[in-house]
Design a protein around this ligand. Structure first.
Ligand SMILES: *[C@@H]1O[C@H](CO)[C@@H](O)[C@H](O)[C@H]1NC(C)=O
Ligand SMILES: *[C@@H]1O[C@H](CO)[C@@H](O)[C@H](O)[C@H]1NC(C)=O
Length: 188
């Protein structure tokens, strides 16, 4: 049972939110460039579709017109990519467990995808930890490992005649790719 009085809990939740996204003590890493959301997205996007993906990934950044450390953008994108992948992995496992009319090739693909995704999520977790700690050794490799795992799953579902998961996996792939591009603003 939660014994903290409700008003106090609300207060704690609000101050955590504020500290998490903006304020004088917002995240910076030594040597990381600062720019606006707009500049960051222009910088990493060669096409309108990529630009839109970038703006989506950074939609939750507070005060987007101000300059922020690009680590904040990399973190937001990495969190978003991981959350999206987690949801897809859940959907794949759900299909395997609950869908009695799932054809065998789909079942096999989803089970293999669940393995791909669990290693992808491990790599993405490592990305988040390194960004959080401003320690960028091996960061590019972690990004790539996560991306390759998602692409492995994409190639599996691509071989299926039709898969309801295909669109989700494509979105995951784009989010993981965008996370990497934003991470590259750190010079990794
Ligand atoms: C993109 O970001 C890099 C790293 O901060 C910077 O050197 C470069 O000038 C930026 N390019 C554009 C087009 O904003
Ligand atoms: C079960 O799998 C089939 C084949 O992929 C799919 O068409 C159907 O939508 C799935 N059912 C549910 C409830 O997800």
């Amino acid at each position: 049972m939660n014994t903290i009085p409700l008003p106090l809990r609300l207060l704690v939740a609000v101050s955590l939110t504020v500290a998490g996204v903006a304020g004088d003590d917002e995240k910076t890493c030594p040597g990381a460039p600062t720019m606006t959301v707009e500049s960051a997205c222009r910088n990493v996007s060669g096409t309108q579709a990529m630009y839109d993906t970038c703006r989506d990934a950074l939609a939750g950044v507070a005060d987007p017109l101000s300059d922020h450390d690009v680590t904040i953008y990399a973190l937001a994108a990495a969190h978003g990519a991981a959350a999206s992948a987690e949801a897809t992995m859940g959907a794949a496992i759900d299909e395997v467990r609950n869908n009695r009319s799932l054809p065998g090739d789909e079942r096999d693909a989803y089970m293999e995808c669940a393995v791909d995704y669990s290693t992808a999520l491990h790599a993405m977790g490592s990305v988040v930890d390194k960004l959080d700690g401003c320690s960028f050794d091996g960061l590019a490799g972690d990004y790539l490992n996560g991306l390759i795992d998602v692409e492995n799953c994409r190639d599996r579902v691509l071989k299926l005649p039709a898969s309801p998961l295909y669109a989700m996996v494509l979105v995951d792939r784009n989010k993981a790719g965008m996370a990497l591009f934003l991470g590259k603003l750190l010079g990794i």
